[in-house]
Design a protein around this ligand. Structure first.
Ligand code: ADP
Ligand code: MG
Length: 320
């Protein structure tokens, strides 16, 4: 099958005709019509086999995740998904693999309400780069630079699940094949971008970022961009029941703080807006885990107020 037949079969009609797309796959460029007066939010992320997903990852999960990590960036800006392009590098034409990849990608696109409008297909080591575009009213995007001293630091969902799954996949974790192991693996392979929460938090959150590299590092980007610091209470980090069942107490913090691949949102919210922020997240739990300070730097304490050493936790950044 040549490149054009491949594009026609798997990608040209992957997503239905969408509002905001005047011309999709097939010409030299796609033509988009963003909502009048709105700003275009644009983001790209590359996934490389073996680096960003384990080599045994199912093709449908790779398709889902390649788009989900980009939608997570749109969510962190409060943007509404519009359209995306896919640059795909394949070592060979494996139709079984392509069908599964396209199915996972299409499912994520449908869930996110976003249209595939173009891309590029080449032969090479397995990798994919997606560029996603969304729209946001001027002045309403959630930036990294808006955090102020006194804001609550909050996170959506639970932290550490994906990092634990990655570890369970690498080392023979006792529960890797059990129900908890499978649920955790789902958190790694099929992250759910927090799009509705992101849009609903416009005008409420003072700053936002999505957690891809671990809470400490990603919150650090907010603090740096905002010229502030923060104090976090390690005992308030939200953990899933599966995570708590699989891991002993002493092992939890490094994965929750620096494990990465969470694709939850980390927000700063003025105290008077905290209830509104929680309401904006609907059924998705939003947990306050600390406070923004005018003193720069990040400090961490346990439930008793005892200081914890952040440097030793950061050492886990390159884990596994
Ligand atoms: P060109 O040579 O003009 O860049 P291509 O031959 O690369 O065009 O692609 C033909 C059409 O198919 C273009 O509209 C392009 O955007 C689209 N396309 C190529 N690869 C993909 C892909 N993996 N997914 C979606 N659309 C694609
Ligand atoms: Mg091309």
């Amino acid at each position: 099958m040549n490149e054009f037949a491949l594009i026609r079969r798997y990608f040209a009609a992957l997503t239905p005709r969408a509002e905001g797309v005047a011309l999709g796959v097939g010409d030299d460029c796609a033509l988009l019509v963003p909502p009048p007066g709105q700003q275009l939010a644009v983001t790209s992320d590359t996934l490389i086999a073996g680096r960003h997903f384990p080599l045994d990852t199912h093709a449908s999960d790779i398709g889902w995740k390649a788009l989900a990590v980009n939608l997570s960036d749109l969510a962190a800006m409060g943007a509404k998904p519009l359209a995306f392009t896919l640059a795909l590098s394949l070592p060979e034409v494996d139709e079984t693999w392509l069908a599964a990849f396209a199915a996972g990608l299409g499912t994520c696109a449908q869930a996110g309400g976003i249209a595939l409008v173009g891309g590029d297909t080449t032969r090479g080591a397995l990798s994919m780069t997606i560029t996603a575009m969304g729209s946001v009213p001027p002045g309403m995007a959630l930036l990294r630079s808006g955090a102020r001293a006194g804001d609550a630091v909050c996170v959506t969902g639970t932290l550490g699940d994906a990092a634990l799954a990655l570890r369970a996949g690498g080392a023979a974790d006792a529960d890797a094949g059990g129900a908890d192991g499978q649920w955790l693996r789902g958190r790694l392979d099929r992250p759910v971008p927090r799009l509705e929460a992101g849009m609903a938090l416009r005008g409420i959150a003072s700053a936002a970022i999505d957690i891809s590299d671990g809470l400490l590092g990603d919150l650090g980007h907010i603090l740096e961009a905002s010229g502030v610091g923060a104090t976090l209470d390690a005992s308030r980090l939200p953990a899933s029941p599966a995570f708590l069942r699989v891991l002993g107490r002493g092992e939890r913090l490094p994965l929750q703080l620096a494990g990465g691949d969470d694709y939850e949102l980390c927000l700063c919210v003025a105290p008077e807006y905290l209830a509104a922020a929680q309401a904006a997240c609907g059924d998705l739990p939003l947990t306050a885990i600390g406070r923004v300070t005018s003193t720069t730097g990040l400090r961490l304490h346990d439930a008793d107020g005892a200081t914890l050493d952040i440097e030793s936790l950061h050492a886990y950044r390159h884990f596994p």
